[in-house]
Design a protein around this ligand. Sequence first.
Ligand code: HEC
Ligand code: HEC
Ligand code: HEC
Ligand code: HEC
Ligand code: HEC
Ligand code: HEC
Ligand code: HEC
Length: 335
Amino acid sequence: MYESFVKTGHPYKLNEAEDVSPDTGYYPFSSVPSPPSGVAWADVDKVIGGFWWKARFIANDGFIITGTDVQYNLIDSSWTAYHAGEVKPYDCGPCHMTAYKSVGNQEGKPGLIGTWEANGIQCEECHGPGSAHLADAFANEMKIDRSSESCGKCHIRGDVNKIPASGGFIRHHEQWNEMFTTKHAALECIDCHDPHIGLHPDNPDRPQAIKLQCENCHFVEAATFAATTITEHIDSSVTCNDCHMPKAAKSALAAGLYEGDVTSHLWRINTDSTAEMFTPDGKFANGYLTLEFACLKCHTDAEDTKGWAAEYAGDAHNVAATPKKPLISTSISQR
Ligand code: HEC
Ligand code: HEC
Ligand code: HEC
Ligand code: HEC
Ligand code: HEC
Ligand code: HEC
Ligand code: HEC
């Protein structure tokens, strides 16, 4: 359990700078090579994240280091801005720590708002005190909360009934807001997820992290998809999640116009060519995936417009002998 858990992101959410630097294999699949330009490791108290998408840095007074090149992005080793010119206390509790209390200042540092027992999300955050002995099957004083709300207290942003967006993407840590609008709200996060096995792309245990595949419940749609008239999708090994769980949310950097870096938990696809992913002011998502996100991140040729996708979307699960639309010949220049 422990060996697997230390390959998940939870325990690395907040880290002491001396553990991160010099990098001696602290993170299982990543490294944070340096603090922002002009800052020495000795001036850094803690590192926020650095496990999957991005890292931010906390100075010795407890305030987050702000500026134009202060956020390290893991995907391309670039540095981008974070609240340049502003003073930002580390008031990110309770989502990044274990046993957070909103009183006082950790280590007496003015910028560290609240106190906590351990950096990152350790066993105790979910299982309560004393879980150091959890590995012992006979120590049964353990709290277990299987509800989506228990995960959703951190995997949320604001009001659960809304899905905040910005810059053409859903914002990150909104898995519960997204799921709440769908029929999957009847499921728990842990129906699909094993919370002790991580999903980092380089984690060798990743195939075991998802306990139930879509096919296990949706055998009808799995069969209709396997027999789709768009046989190219089968030949090219397109998966359920390629269309139903695209990266429509963004944490660090977008990979394209319709591809962020965090997996969406909206699942349902609106096949209408006029459907809009976001409200007119761009501040919220409407609660379904539009065809830009479901199809056009792969179908990038000029003639593959949203209108084109709308003509064919109904064929994704269509098993009629005659496709709803005759196939045209296009190729995918870039995937
Ligand atoms: C106390 C806050 C908190 C709770 C409770 C919580 N998470 Fe997380 N979760 C986080 C944070 C913060 C990260 C980002 C960690 C990082 O990348 O350093 C994360 C990352 C993840 C990841 C991606 C990282 C990986 O290694 O796969 C998954 C999946 C995940 N959480 C699922 C869950 C599930 C399922 C639950 C409920 C059983 C849950 N979380 C409960 C805060 C929380
Ligand atoms: C993000 C929250 C979270 C964290 C952190 C976490 N767990 Fe769990 N754990 C759960 C949930 C939820 C279940 C119930 C899973 C289920 O029923 O599928 C569970 C189940 C278990 C079980 C099985 C109990 C049973 O009777 O089925 C053990 C043992 C366990 N956890 C130990 C640990 C240990 C040890 C750690 C730290 C190394 C840890 N957990 C960290 C959420 C968490
Ligand atoms: C409501 C809970 C919550 C709050 C508040 C919150 N975060 Fe997070 N944060 C998360 C979760 C959950 C994730 C991972 C899942 C995701 O990004 O979709 C995450 C991811 C991150 C990551 C990326 C981690 C990695 O390994 O790539 C950084 C950096 C981060 N948060 C910084 C901050 C900072 C700085 C603040 C405060 C200004 C903050 N967060 C406030 C829940 C929260
Ligand atoms: C534990 C069983 C289970 C698993 C696993 C599961 N689903 Fe579902 N899904 C359901 C149920 C139940 C519904 C609601 C069905 C209904 O009311 O008709 C649903 C509904 C949906 C819907 C319609 C959503 C809406 O709000 O209209 C889509 C799309 C969907 N699932 C896709 C997927 C995909 C893709 C996967 C794999 C990532 C998946 N499901 C995994 C049980 C599951
Ligand atoms: C090429 C993209 C694509 C792939 C791959 C795909 N789907 Fe779909 N799926 C769609 C579209 C588009 C719709 C909505 C139109 C429709 O109902 O046919 C849909 C609808 C659904 C629904 C909702 C049906 C309802 O009644 O609301 C479910 C459930 C579903 N798919 C499950 C799956 C599963 C499971 C897989 C993998 C075996 C899969 N899909 C693969 C595009 C795809
Ligand atoms: C129907 C199944 C299902 C449910 C329910 C579900 N997830 Fe996921 N989740 C997945 C799958 C599948 C992936 C990985 C997609 C991939 O990368 O292929 C994933 C990925 C993630 C990630 C990693 C981020 C990323 O970019 O891949 C986080 C964090 C996460 N889920 C949190 C949650 C939380 C929190 C809940 C409950 C509010 C939840 N999930 C409910 C199937 C599910
Ligand atoms: C993961 C990438 C991916 C996604 C997502 C995807 N496709 Fe495809 N699609 C392919 C590949 C690869 C082919 C076969 C190569 C080709 O035809 O260019 C293909 C072929 C097709 C074809 C047959 C060839 C043609 O251009 O007429 C149609 C129609 C099609 N896709 C429609 C869709 C629709 C509609 C969606 C969204 C509901 C979608 N695809 C989502 C990768 C994808």
